[in-house]
Design a protein around this ligand. Structure first.
Ligand code: HEC
Length: 209
């Protein structure tokens, strides 16, 4: 009798087999926080902020990241040097894949990262057409939040000596994928620099200094 029960019970356990050490609380919560949470916050797009929200999307997450469709990146590469412009690293894609293939386990709550990351305070400046920073300054990030739908626009700093600093080049703007582009190192703009959005009627961008 005992033996029979054992065999009957097996398929039930078989369902939830976890075959990976990668967990939500340890690895995935941090990776998603870094790479996906800016959009998948439940407002801009559906939430991936906690295990309960993310678990039903596990297969789709593997698919979208494996095909490099997520995270989306609208800026033209090589024009401005941004923190995460390479998309996910191969290692990050594999961590996600291991987690999903291994049953997408949650893991112990003690590993969860602190809830909110400190947001760096930066003064925003809206740039329409062109803008000249009085005493010069550093730009830490740029957000194309006022571009017209479908607009392609270049943002450059024109230096007093005639040099050009590439800041951002967006190809066919789609507000669905709006994000803040953070420079790997803040861009120094000497006094006399003029920041220009072209074409001038493409709309506005916000610089953070
Ligand atoms: C710049 C914003 C942004 C970032 C960053 C981003 N996403 Fe998305 N994601 C979206 C939007 C918007 C959609 C909805 C797509 C649509 O409606 O066409 C989406 C859709 C998805 C979907 C559903 C695709 C489907 O329809 O089956 C998955 C899964 C997903 N994202 C996972 C991720 C993961 C994982 C990350 C981080 C590695 C990520 N996304 C980063 C904006 C973003």
């Amino acid at each position: 009798m005992r033996l029979l029960l054992f065999f009957v019970a097996l398929p039930l356990f078989g369902h939830d087999v976890i075959s990976t050490k990668v967990t939500w609380t340890k690895e995935l919560s941090r990776l998603v926080g870094r790479r996906c949470a800016s959009c998948h916050d439940g407002k801009a797009s559906f939430s991936l902020l906690d295990y309960e929200s993310a678990r039903p999307w596990a297969k789709a997450i593997k698919e979208e990241t494996g095909n490099r469709r997520m995270p989306p990146w609208q800026a033209i590469k090589g024009f401005g040097d941004f923190k995460d412009d390479a998309g996910l690293t191969q290692e990050e894609i594999e961590v996600i894949s291991d987690w999903v293939e291994g049953g997408a386990p949650e893991g112990g709550p003690k590993w969860l990262p602190a809830r909110s990351l400190p947001v760096r305070k930066a003064a925003p400046v809206k740039v329409r057409g062109s803008w000249q920073p009085g005493k010069g300054g550093k730009v830490v990030a740029v957000k194309p939040d006022g571009l017209k739908p479908g607009a392609s626009a270049q943002v450059v700093g024109e230096l007093p000596d005639g040099g050009i600093v590439p800041l951002l080049w967006i190809y066919r703007f789609d507000s669905k994928y709006l994000r803040t582009y953070v420079y790997r190192t803040p861009v120094e703009l000497p006094a006399g620099t003029r920041v220009r959005v072209s074409p001038a009627d493409a709309g506005t961008v916000t610089l953070f200094q």
